[in-house]
Structure formats: structure tokens, C-alpha cells
Design a protein around this ligand. Sequence first.
Ligand SMILES: Nc1ncnc2c1ncn2[C@@H]1O[C@H](COP(=O)(O)OP(=O)(O)OP(=O)(O)O)[C@@H](O)[C@H]1O
Length: 247
Amino acid sequence: MTSILSVSSVTVKFGGLLALDDVTLEVEKGELLSLIGPNGAGKTTLLKVIIGTVTPVSARLTLGDADITALPTHKRARLGLALTHQIVRPFSNMNVLENVMFAAGHEKVSRTLKALVTLDRKPERTLAMACLERVGIESFAGQEVSSQPLGVIKRMEVARALSQSPRVLLLDEPLAGLNSREAAMLADTIREIANQGITIVMIEHNLSEVLRISDRLHVLDNGRNLAQGAPMEVMKQPDVRAAYLGG
Ligand SMILES: Nc1ncnc2c1ncn2[C@@H]1O[C@H](COP(=O)(O)OP(=O)(O)OP(=O)(O)O)[C@@H](O)[C@H]1O
């Protein structure tokens, strides 16, 4: 297997709090890796270090052949990283399609000056519709985002990230707040996205869905690596059970 994302020696301090302590993470091309661990283990902080919104005390990050350690967030995005947020903050004055078009257009505008003056938004519209189809909410395209249930909002957030054409998609608790049926359906969609060749790193507390769709688990506890490997093997480890499941 080939590593697409490699994260090593990540240490993060928030004042006196050591949030991550020499953490290492290897992500193989095409896999769906779930990052799990108790509350406060440092999972979201690690994703923020990867996307570039938290500055670590130390870290070395590579994406494919590129050393991205010193790159700002927008350059990491351009090289193929996209992140969905745990708490989705959509533009409530736009409809579902426009929210995805905005994300798609943002990338385009940041790429070329010409795009700043173009009035033709057809390419963004086509791309955004394709992303809505991939997450199964194309029939909600014209609806106001403010009247949508969380299940649609969560899918729209994934569509926004897909519109950036990521090589590695970072998902922060995509199933949080969904009922079991909605969670299972979105988990199936996430698995399908991975099957289509997009590498996924997912933080998720819904353990039954994590175990059902993940290729591999990486467990953090108290800011440190605790375990990693095949889901069932990892969950058998006594230290993982003690930390994550309370024994
Ligand atoms: N901006 C910040 N300033 C200060 N402390 C922070 C900040 N962000 C996170 N922390 C602290 O760092 C530690 C790790 O937090 P983080 O959110 O990464 O954990 P997590 O594993 O994602 O938790 P959860 O599963 O509850 O979302 C926690 O103790 C948290 O309170």
C-alpha cells in the first residue's frame, strides 16, 4: 500500500494543555480510516493540524509527494485536502445548490483571476449538482437551506467538500445528531465515496457505523496514539476497550 497522507511528530499545546503529544498517523491511498477515541483525546485538533488551522509546536506533514508542513490552508486545499466541520454553518440566505456552488466557485476564483470577472456560473452549477447527486440530495437543490433537516445539511456539507475535488477528505463527526436510519444511510454514502477512490479520514463516535464501514481504525487517547489497525483487531485490545469503552 502507498501512503497518501503522512503525519508525524505532531505536538500541540493550548497554553499549559498538551493536546497532542508526538502523534503519528499514516493514511493509505484509497482507504477509509476512522479516527476514534474518548472526548478530548485530540481528534479534532489533529484534523485541524492537517488542514492547517491549528499551528503545532512540532509536526511533519506530507500529502502524496509534497511536504505541506509549512503551507497555509488554502494551498493545502489546492493540493487536495478538504475538511467538513462537526458543526455545519451554511449560508442561510442561499439555497442548497447555491451553498455547494459557493464552495465550488471559491476554489475556481482562488485559481484564476479570469474567474473573478466571469459571469458564467454554469460550470459551478454543473459541478455542484453532480456533488449533490453523489450524496443523494439533488432533489433538495432549490430548497432554502434554513428549512432543511440536519440529515440534508450534513450531506450538503459533504457535497461542499466534494466540490473541491479532494484527494483526501477529512470528515469531523459527519453522523453526529442523525437518527440511526439517517446515520446508516450517510455512512453508506461515505463508504461509496471511498469506493470511488477518494481517501477518507473520519472522526466519528457512532461506533457501530465506524466498525461497519472503516478499513482501519486509529485510536487516540489523551493526546497520544493508543492503537491502530483492522477494526475488529483494534477493538479487541484491552487498553482500547478500557480507554474508549470504559473496560
Ligand atoms: N482552541 C482551543 N483552546 C484551548 N484548548 C483547546 C482548544 N481546542 C481544543 N482544546 C482542548 O484540547 C483537547 C483536545 O480537544 P479536541 O477537540 O481535539 O478533542 P476531540 O478528541 O476532538 O474531542 P471530542 O470527541 O469531544 O470532539 C481538549 O482538552 C480540548 O478542551
